[in-house]
Design a binder for this molecule. Structure first.
Ligand code: FES
Length: 206
């Protein structure tokens, strides 16, 4: 009887250990493989695509369709969400969809940047490539975007290249066209949005 009980206990213990090891192995694989639970893509979180319009993301004009005329020449920029014109859905369910829209005289852009603009309008991701803060401020004297987290500065007239602070790469650009005065996406972002694994700099988060 004693033997039978201890055999049963041993079996339960072994089963628990086995399950524990199994879970541990699974977790290790999960981490090692960089696997993440799949995020469900909804109409609100779908990335911007060709044909999308843009609406103002904040302030008194929130939700208003962005037209060329409404963009001040030479800045500042307007924070915007893409909007699917067919369904009317504003794609504000995914932070990486947040964009900055700016207008300069077309001659002020370098040639490469100008290719993705129309009537002087340019669209960039508003998610900092350093640690992912929102690039929310405008430096009027430098005509540049400022990320307040660690003072990353980007030059919109030169493809949002980094001209100050720790960001490792420019802000992704989104090609744009103007139709009936409205700002329209000519495609999605041309490079990955936000922090790219392995390219993060070592500056401390504040
Ligand atoms: S998160 Fe933008 S500069 Fe650090």
């Amino acid at each position: 009887m004693a033997d039978k009980t201890s055999t049963t206990r041993r079996a339960v213990l072994q089963a628990s250990l086995g399950a524990g090891l199994g879970l541990a192995t699974l977790s290790t694989l999960f981490v090692a493989g960089g696997l993440k639970p799949k995020k469900e893509i909804t109409p609100e979180s779908e990335p911007p695509k060709e044909g999308d319009r843009f609406v103002v993301a904040e302030g008194p004009d929130k939700g208003k369709l962005i037209t060329v005329d409404a963009l001040p020449l030479g800045g500042p920029f307007v924070l915007a969400w893409p909007k699917d014109p067919k369904t009317g859905v504003v794609k504000n369910g995914e932070r990486n969809n947040l964009a900055m829209i700016i207008r300069f005289n077309p001659d002020e852009y370098d040639e490469e940047t100008r290719k993705n603009t129309d009537q002087g309008v340019a669209v960039f991701s508003a998610i900092c490539t350093h640690l992912g803060c929102t690039v929310s401020q405008w430096l009027a004297d430098q005509k540049a975007f400022l990320c307040p987290c660690h003072k990353g500065i980007y030059d919109p007239r030169h493809g949002a290249k980094v001209i100050g602070g720790p960001p490792p790469r420019p802000l992704p650009m989104l090609p744009v066209k103007v139709e009936n005065g409205e700002v329209v996406a000519a495609g999605g972002f041309l490079s990955p949005v936000g922090v790219v694994a392995g390219r993060r700099s070592s500056a401390p988060r504040v």
